[in-house]
Write a protein of this length. Structure first.
Length: 166
């Protein structure tokens, strides 16, 4: 459905072929995400987590942006880690040179299993680059998490006009 946004005629045809039950399910999902996001905004808690940071007035997110982000956060709990690791493993096995470089980085960083901790792993630059590339090539969510520019911006050295979807 997201891809059909680029082809309005195709989207109308697709909607004609989509069952009312499927459309209702999609609409119910949107309503569920909106209600959960609004509920989370109304909760006052001392617990600091991702959502509390996003819900904070200092985050700069409008209520609409918070609700739109709720969809992404809910998707984040749906087998994303396993899917990403499967994709990363596939790409590393298809590229023995990259696998060898990653293996060397890990084995030279740690002498024992006990040394492996969050800060140590966070310093593995090549591993983090491999994970970023796996995210790009094999996003672990159903459908693309499209982004849209709201105003002109420079991205990777290129001027991108407003309303461009990536």
């Amino acid at each position: 459905m997201r891809a059909s946004d680029y082809y309005p005629v195709f989207k109308r045809l697709l909607l004609l072929m989509t069952s009312k039950e499927t459309v209702r399910g999609f609409q119910n999902n949107i309503l569920l995400v909106k209600n959960k996001a609004l509920h989370r905004l109304s909760i006052k808690t001392d617990r600091v987590d991702l959502m509390s940071k996003m819900a904070s007035p200092s985050s700069g997110l409008s209520q609409e942006e918070f609700i739109a982000s709720g969809d992404t956060v809910l998707l984040g709990g749906s087998e994303t880690t396993a899917t990403l690791l499967a994709g990363l493993t596939y790409f590393l096995l298809k590229n023995p040179k990259a696998l060898k470089k990653l293996t060397q980085e890990i084995r030279t960083k740690f002498n024992s299993e006990e040394e492996i901790d969050f800060s140590g792993v966070s310093s593995l630059e090549y591993m983090l680059a491999c994970i970023d590339e796996a995210f790009r090539l094999y996003p672990p969510v159903p459908g693309a998490l499209l982004r849209k520019t709201r105003e002109p911006d420079i991205i990777a050295g290129n001027m991108v006009p407003p309303n461009v979807r990536t």
